[in-house]
Design a protein around this ligand. Structure first.
Ligand code: FDA
Length: 598
């Protein structure tokens, strides 16, 4: 006899998207079950660049220190190195991930957390352990097979991969975080655009001590340009640090037209030695696997009570290091909305904002990651590796770059320009942080969207304009230095105000009385306020008067702001929250009073 399990949310998958969802739902106190296909988590390093937005989520979860303890810090990510092999000639180096002295300030000013290198096989256990400890019911070896939906529930059929038995889990909502071959996305028929399998890549994880080749130029990515290296894969051969400096991932492309590639141990060792340029190297291969370069995204992320996230809806190469980061941010966007809807504090209409806010981000990162692959050929061309696959001719072309001739000079310029262009992959701070949402869960304040003062892909621009992420500044709170980001989050709405903003406190109480939603109100300013604006950075950054307010959603995005105090603060704020929570259709003209009466 089989019993149907009942829960509020079923999470399918335990990658960065599913594990983050479970950890967040557990922190928010939402009843849920996570099922995942295999007996354990990611068994290879895969994702590693962990950007500031992802680290902010880990900080909100109380997991930042655990992540830092396992990660390689920002200063070890200092360069991207372009070379013919690690032992061979180096063509150039690019300061990366905010390590250029001029860029360091941008990164430091943008967030209380630092970018770091945290391999996925270390990240996932941190998230899932926290989830399990806080109440997630986790079922390994459990494969999602199918689902049906009715007006109130989703009923999923899952298969126990150990016994082969199938059973059902009935949930109010289902999160499909089941990766690039998502069965959930397939079953609900999400519209996908683009192409899978554009090129093939081989991963070789190996234990090999490369200290003598890398310690003087610390990096997590060493790009190897050799004849033929741009065929398939991510555009070049890659030596990627997993643990400094003796655990590595070697990536080499293969011709996908020839079908799936398998590697013998000897072949793997030979590729490793070739990329390093040292035939005597002592190599222990840990694993080999293949993956494909994809360029695909969903046009919409949900259907009824089912919401997909992560690689299920955005599939792209690892260039720019955006996949896992974006997957965790998808989870951060959806989970608080599910919580409030399940608690009847928000209308189910709020859930429509998930796709409206995250789909444009997914499309953007798929496009950016694939564009970055296209930035490799000019580097090959500049060092003369596009014109010939013959190693002897290739060497001659490499030498020509150093000649005191017009051709040599032109090649040197091309190379410098081509490597500089790679800032759009390795210092693409704006792509990482500049998301601005437009949806029913953001209420306009009547001001126009601020223009970007610098390149919007390269540079982050902080603003409290509704729909943007709350800017970070340091303040002092109860005798400790904190970020304003530390004053918000944890699944709660927060109103930030200052001297003269008492009216917003009463208004927040009116919102609580109307919708049953608790709201934190925090004053920032001189002594006497909850948080001390010691550097006056909030004064400069908030873009509202001291008696104005900034309404911050649980995911740290600005939901609305008021330039200054107003006599009708309660009426206005109740109306704003009616819209933010989906009770009032922004275009319907219904007012908060009528909602309260319903
Ligand atoms: P993911 O694929 O990780 O997880 C899917 C989960 O669903 C797994 O637990 C799986 O077992 C489970 N599952 C699948 N089907 C199921 C079913 N039917 N039933 C139940 N469970 C099922 N990203 C980044 O941000 N920074 C980076 O530096 C890199 N670098 C990088 C390097 C390399 C070599 C690769 C291959 C990839 C990256 N990425 C990256 C991308 C990153 O790995 C990827 O975007 C994330 O793993 C996506 O996370 P998801 O949770 O969406 O899917």
């Amino acid at each position: 006899m089989t019993h149907t399990i009942e829960t509020d949310v079923l999470v399918v998958g335990s990658g960065p998207a599913g594990a983050a969802s479970a950890a967040l739902l557990a922190m928010y106190g939402v009843k849920h079950v996570l099922v995942t296909k295999y007996g354990w988590l990611a068994d290879t390093p895969r994702a590693h660049i962990t950007n500031q937005r992802a680290m902010e989520i880990l900080r909100d979860l109380g997991l930042e220190e655990k992540a830092i303890a396992q990660a390689a810090p920002q200063h070890l990510m200092a360069n991207n190195v372009f070379c013919e092999s690690l032992a061979g000639e180096e063509f150039g180096r690019l300061y990366s991930w905010g390590n250029h002295p001029l860029r360091k300030a941008d990164y430091d000013l943008a967030s209380p957390v630092s970018i770091c290198d945290l391999p996925q096989n270390l990240l996932e256990p941190i998230l899932l352990e926290a989830a399990g400890q806080r109440g997630t019911s986790i079922r390994f070896n459990t494969e999602f097979v199918d689902l049906v939906q009715d007006a109130d529930h989703v009923t999923a059929t899952v298969k126990d991969r150990l016994s082969g038995a199938t059973s059902q889990i009935r949930a109010k909502y289902l999160i499909g975080a089941d990766g690039g071959r998502s069965r959930v996305a397939e079953v609900i028929g999400l519209p996908m655009e683009g192409q899978m399998g554009r090129a093939g890549s081989m991963n070789i994880v190996a234990h090999v001590d490369l200290t003598k080749y890398v310690a003087h130029r610390p990096s997590v990515l060493y790009w190897v340009l050799q004849p033929g290296a741009q065929i398939g894969g991510i555009g070049a051969g890659l030596v990627r640090m997993v643990r400094p400096w003796n655990e590595w991932l070697f990536i080499w492309g293969y011709d996908i037209e020839q079908g799936e590639r398998t590697l013998t141990n000897d072949e793997a060792i030979s590729i490793v030695r070739n990329l390093v340029g040292d035939e005597t190297l002592d190599v222990t291969v840990r694993s080999t696997s293949t993956w494909t370069v994809n360029e695909m995204y969903a046009g919409h992320y949900s259907s009824g009570r089912v919401f997909c996230m992560g690689d299920a809806v955005h599939r792209h190469p690892p260039t720019n290091g955006l996949g896992s980061n974006t997957s965790m941010q998808d989870a951060y966007n959806l989970c608080w909305k599910l919580k409030l809807v399940l608690e009847n504090k928000a209308s189910p209409a709020l859930l429509d904002s998930y796709s409206a806010e995250r789909q444009p981000v997914g499309k953007q990162i798929v496009t950016r990651a694939n564009k970055s692959i296209g930035d490799f050929p000019p580097i090959f061309e500049a060092v003369g590796l596009l014109s010939s696959t013959d190693p002897v001719q290739a060497r001659k072309n490499i030498e020509a770059r150093k000649a005191p001739t017009a051709e040599g000079k032109a090649r040197r310029k091309k190379l410098n320009d081509a490597i500089t262009q790679k800032n759009f992959e390795f210092n693409c701070h704006g792509v990482e942080l500049n998301q601005r949402y437009a949806s029913g869960a953001v209420v306009a304040d009547g001001t126009p969207e601020p223009d970007y003062q610098r390149d919007r892909e390269l540079y982050y621009q902080a603003t409290t304009w509704p729909g943007a992420h709350l800017p970070h500044v340091w303040v002092e709170h109860h005798g400790r230095r904190k970020s304003v980001l530390d004053l918000v989050g944890k699944g709660r709405f927060t109103i930030l105000t200052g001297i003269g903003g008492d009216g917003w406190k009463q208004a927040a109480a009116a919102v609580t009385a109307t919708y049953g939603l608790p709201i934190d109100v925090v004053t920032i300013g001189p002594a006497g306020c909850d948080a001390l604006d010691i550097y006056a950075d909030w004064y400069r950054q908030s873009e509202v008067e001291e008696d104005g307010c900034v309404v911050v959603r649980p995911d740290m995005y600005v939901g609305w702001r008021a330039k200054q105090a107003t006599s009708n603060a309660s009426g206005i704020l109740v109306d704003v929250f009616g819209k933010l929570l989906g009770h009032i259709d922004s275009g319907s003209g219904r007012n908060a009073a009528s909602v309260a009466a319903e």
